[in-house]
Design a protein around this ligand. Structure first.
Ligand SMILES: Nc1ncnc2c1ncn2[C@@H]1O[C@H](COP(=O)(O)OP(=O)(O)OP(=O)(O)O)[C@@H](O)[C@H]1O
Length: 327
């Protein structure tokens, strides 16, 4: 069996709120095979970004901490690595792209120098060799007139082109795993589709695993192989994309799907999910979705476990999986 590219086991990440530690991510296990796109989906505040930032080693005291779990990359546990070693892995075996590339790019440096810098640091290339490689990367991510554009500054690029620069930077050292946090959310729909197409193409060509974070199930259908639905810091459903779309089990997944605009029934009103994700210091006991759930019944106040309801398809809900969980 091929070892997974990234194996997150029992991750718990906490923040200090009102003088006490509260979990923003709880008992999260995600396995990414090489070459696989796993989508992490959920509303704002569900813990998607915190999961990715935990993998990158970017949640640190005093505000936050990875309190439990293992994050295995190439057999190393990132959660146990000293900062110096993590720094070496970031931008090398592990890369991340964000929703708004402008916040990750230096406005005062040419984009060519910024990507080349990563290659000089991680690969020890000369300035000349690094710029040559950067031009090739710009061509690969389909930035027109790549050679000239190396000398431009970030503000001279459109949003979609800036995201391509970020993707080129992420690819510079051929990462095993790319964490993509809402990379297309700020783009208009046509550009979004182009960037998604590019990412799909690149992951196949580079054989990298992608953890794709989004609140949009429509995007999931376009790019992902598997999907993990997250609610209030927990994975509530997990499985292959086709299976989740055809047979959603968890009431939260069903609600997300019902909120998705459909082309075949354009006049149908969208079903918004009433209520909101609870704050970290006011999580309900047992099922965290229960206060918003149409199926709430006896047993929901008990701890729920992620249970396989069909092969390779698990949900954290005793009502749909048919059993009571024991914590
Ligand atoms: N530095 C922090 N201090 C305290 N709480 C935090 C901090 N960062 C995140 N949180 C909390 O952790 C929870 C999860 O946040 P997270 O950003 O991961 O959500 P998300 O699903 O990625 O949403 P979004 O799409 O809005 O980024 C939220 O309740 C958020 O308020």
């Amino acid at each position: 069996m091929i070892p997974p590219a990234l194996d997150i086991i029992g991750l718990r990440t906490e923040f200090r709120v009102g003088g006490a530690w509260h979990p923003a991510v709880r008992d999260v296990s995600l396995r990414l095979q090489p070459d696989e796109v796993l989508a992490l989906v959920g509303e704002s505040g569900c813990g998607k970004s915190v999961t990715a930032l935990s993998v990158m080693g970017l949640v640190r005291p005093p505000a936050g901490r990875v309190a439990a779990g293992r994050i295995l990359l190439d057999g190393q546990d990132l959660a146990a690595l000293p900062e110096r070693d993590l720094e070496r892995l970031r931008g090398d075996r592990l890369a991340m792209i964000f929703q708004e590339p402008m916040t990750s790019l230096n406005p005062l440096m040419t984009v060519g120098d910024q990507v080349a810098e990563a290659l000089r640091i991680h690969r020890g290339l000369s300035r000349r060799a690094a710029l040559d490689r950067t031009r090739a990367l710009f061509e690969e991510v389909k930035i027109p007139s790549a050679a000239q554009r190396l000398r431009d500054h970030p503000h001279q690029f459109s949003g979609g082109m800036r995201q391509r620069v970020m993707i080129a930077m992420a690819l510079a050292c051929d990462p095993a795993v790319l964490l993509a946090d809402e990379p297309t959310t700020a783009l208009d729909v046509t550009i979004q589709a182009q960037v998604l197409g590019l990412l799909a193409d690149l992951r196949a060509r580079h054989g990298m695993a992608v953890l794709f974070i989004t609140h949009n199930l429509g995007v999931v259908a376009q790019i992902a192989d598997r999907v993990a639905v997250m609610y209030a810091g927990e994975i509530v459903e997990q499985g292959p994309v086709a299976e989740i779309f055809a047979r959603p089990l968890h009431p939260y997944t069903r609600a997300l799907l019902a909120a998705l605009p459909r082309l075949d029934t354009p006049d149908q009103a969208l079903a918004a999910i009433p209520g909101r994700v609870p704050p970290l210091d006011a999580m309900p006991p047992g099922c965290r979705f229960a206060p918003r759930c149409p199926l709430t019944r006896q047993g929901c106040e008990g701890e729920q476990s992620l249970t396989e309801a069909a092969p390779d398809h698990a949900a954290r809900c005793h009502v749909v999986t048919g059993g009571f969980a024991h914590a």
